[in-house]
Design a protein around this ligand. Structure first.
Ligand code: NDP
Length: 331
């Protein structure tokens, strides 16, 4: 797959940028774009985010005014509220030739936001939390990002997307060109096919070990609390899923390789395929949409159930030890 490592930022510098929302991504991208020479204003409701943006030296206006003044408008508010904010405060003020930027494809891909045909719709989706988008930029590097064009009314949408990627520092790390569909489906698949298996395995393993008489605090520490599990993931990204095994003992390697297929047999792929089908058909999005419309009742019940699990109490010690070991390594 081709990696884009540079771009021309000039198409962006000639335009006014409006960033809607000053949270994780909003703050990081606004600061990076300004440091890259762009003219940035923030569109926000009058709240703590607006105050923070003003403290950072940005002009802050309401969302409707930002829509009217900006040539390029980024929706960097939570995906769940984007549709309402778009319909009520953005759509009525849009004009032909403007460019809408997303950092995740969900609302466009599932048709929850349908901009007029006269508007360019692009995506630059950093593969990292906002704090690191900013921190790495300040250190002279950047984080990787996906780039996509959903609608090219002007004929220059891709150029703007590339300029945006350059402005937030993403081209320094590398940009992969994709589609809104692919970015959305992959993102949801990781959330529904990968993380639940890991989380559920930790909970079930905790239950089995505590049931067998092991001290709960020690179990939580062993399974993930020491930070070793996080380090394994870091090494997977750095040297490879299999290659990182060399950092562990041969006993560990043999145990992992010989038991892996038994713990998660090949037939499990059928469940993963089913998860992908739900995502691709839009049935997950429909379910999540009715959950939101119904006031998050099932979601709240699931969260309460998860918070009531004994593991929450058992991990307090691990957190304290991790904090102390962090402090020592910082000294
Ligand atoms: P945040 O949750 O950090 O957004 C918070 C901002 O949105 C705040 O300024 C908040 O204002 C504002 N906001 C919340 N609700 C409303 C509302 N109803 N009306 C107006 N403003 C509102 O969002 P993220 O930065 O996490 O996500 C933004 C986009 O970036 C999403 O599309 C997400 O998928 C994508 N993304 C996020 C990543 C991440 O690191 N989290 C990584 C890659 C992509 P207030 O002060 O009032 O709360």
């Amino acid at each position: 797959m081709d990696v884009i490592r540079d771009a021309d930022i000039n198409p962006l510098l000639a335009r006014t940028i409006g960033i809607i929302g000053y949270g994780n991504q909003g703050r990081a991208q606004a600061l990076n774009l300004r440091d890259s020479g762009a003219r940035v204003l923030i569109g926000s409701v009058a709240d703590a985010s607006a105050a923070r943006a003003r403290d950072d030296g940005f002009e802050v206006v309401d969302i409707a005014a930002a829509t009217e003044r900006a040539d390029v408008l980024a929706l960097l508010i939570p995906d769940e509220v984007q549709r309402d904010v778009y319909e009520q405060e953005i759509e009525p003020h849009l004009r032909a030739g403007q460019i809408l930027v997303f950092a995740h494809g969900y609302n466009i891909h599932y048709g929850l936001i349908r901009p007029p045909q006269t508007i360019d719709v692009i995506m630059v989706a950093p593969r990292m939390i906002g704090i690191n988008v900013r921190r790495s930029f300040e250190h002279g590097s950047g984080v990787p990002a996906y780039l996509a064009v959903a609608h090219d009314a002007s004929g220059t949408a891709r150029q703007i997307a590339l300029a945006w990627a350059k402005g937030i520092g993403a081209t320094r790390a590398g940009v992969l060109e994709t589609t809104f569909a692919q970015e959305t489906e992959l993102d949801l698949f990781a959330e529904q096919g990968v993380w639940p298996i890991i989380m559920r395995d930790l909970l079930l393993s905790y239950e089995v070990l505590v049931e067998a008489g092991f001290p709960p605090e020690m179990v939580a520490l062993e399974l993930y609390g020491s930070g070793e599990a996080a380090e394994i993931f870091h090494q997977m990204a750095r040297v490879g899923v299999i290659e990182q095994m060399r950092l562990h003992s041969q006993t560990s390697q043999y145990g992992t390789l010989s038991r892996g297929p038994r713990m998660l047999p090949d037939e499990s792929k059928e469940r993963l395929r089913a998860a992908l089908r739900e995502i691709r058909s839009g049935s997950f999005a429909a379910e999540w949409g009715s959950e939101q419309a119904g006031g998050y009742q099932r979601f709240e019940a699931l969260r309460q159930q998860a918070r009531a699990h004994d593991i929450n109490g058992a991990e307090v010690l691990g957190r304290e030890l991790l904090e102390r070991s962090r402090l020592r390594s910082d000294e």
